[in-house]
Design a protein around this ligand. Structure first.
Ligand SMILES: Cc1cc2nc3c(=O)[nH]c(=O)nc-3n(C[C@H](O)[C@H](O)[C@H](O)COP(=O)(O)OP(=O)(O)OC[C@H]3O[C@@H](n4cnc5c(N)ncnc54)[C@H](O)[C@@H]3O)c2cc1C
Length: 262
């Protein structure tokens, strides 16, 4: 299969750099085609601005939504955005690899999402009406593809446990896994999180590499996180709220998991 690794770390000799190189080798040895978007090496422009539209804004002010829509529809997007969208179309599976910085992805990767997920590509897809709120959350441009997060974190696993002080890792990653990956259609595989990443010796590195290798070997077989489909009947439209008889009594992120299907 075709695998795209979207990768953010400023230092090639970092732990993340070593894990990314390992992933490329492992995937290629298994016969997969691999492309890497190494955002720091590419000097990826992280800021959404008027320069994203060839010829500039349509009106007398830059409209991030409206100009994105017009640029996507009329082939006026800047070349770096088009290249990344083409890589996403090419990929069967996309791995997003990054160190957790301030409880999320590094800014350069967030900027990749903001620019590459154009109106008509990442959002604003499908019919928007009183009876349908677009193709999203399980449907959309990237439906049928798989995605997985590979995250290193300085904190301990217990700090990210169900009652850990940092908040549960599934909750912290929900905006990325549900909001950035599931929204445009990806099936989202459970993340690989390397805790206490700054305390790494050769023995631990070897164990982490083995675990990562196993996850890479099973990318096509691993069951995705069972997020509920927006248009599968669980939500009232257009309120986009879970129906009263779905996950009764539950609210928050966990309510959007269809655990009966897990
Ligand atoms: C701005 C910022 C914000 C942060 N916010 C958070 C946060 O919100 N939550 C949190 O938990 N953490 C946070 N951290 C910590 C951060 O997540 C870790 O520093 C990061 O995940 C470590 O990954 P790295 O690739 O940078 O590791 P590196 O620093 O490159 O390496 C980590 C360890 O791995 C070893 N190592 C590297 N390469 C190899 C190799 N090839 N073989 C064997 N060992 C190797 C190194 O010697 C070192 O001991 C933050 C850090 C920064 C800078």
């Amino acid at each position: 299969m075709n695998v795209l690794i979207v990768y953010a770390h400023p230092e090639p000799k970092s732990l993340n750099g070593a894990l990314k190189d390992f992933a490329v080798r492992r995937l290629e040895a298994a016969g997969h085609a691999v492309q890497v978007s190494d955002l720091y090496a590419m000097k990826w422009k992280a800021l959404v601005d008027a320069g994203d539209v060839v010829g500039g804004p349509a009106g007398d002010r830059f409209d991030p939504v409206g100009d994105s829509r017009r640029a996507y529809a009329n082939d006026l997007q800047s070349a770096d955005i088009v290249r990344e969208q083409d890589k996403l179309r090419w990929a069967d599976t996309v791995i997003f690899q990054f160190p957790m910085w301030w409880f999320s992805m590094p800014a350069i990767m967030k900027g990749w999402v903001e620019r590459v997920y154009a109106f008509g590509f990442g959002y604003g897809v499908g019919e928007h009406s009183d009876v349908r709120w677009g193709d999203r959350y399980g449907e959309g441009t990237l439906a049928g593809k798989r995605a997985m997060l590979v995250v290193t974190a300085g904190g301990w696993a217990s700090h990210y446990g169900p009652r850990g002080v940092n908040g549960a890792i599934d909750d912290l990653l929900f905006p990325i896994q549900h909001g950035i990956l599931y929204y445009p259609g990806f099936d989202v595989l459970p993340p690989l999180v390397v805790y206490r990443a700054e305390r790494m010796d050769d023995a631990r590195f070897s164990a982490v590499r083995d675990e990562f290798g196993e996850r890479l070997d099973t990318l096509a077989q691993t069951a995705p996180i069972p997020f509920r489909s927006q248009n599968g009947g669980d939500y009232d439209i257009p309120a986009m709220t879970l129906k009263a008889d779905v996950a009764p009594g539950l609210s928050g992120f966990a309510a959007h998991l269809d655990v009966a299907d897990a």
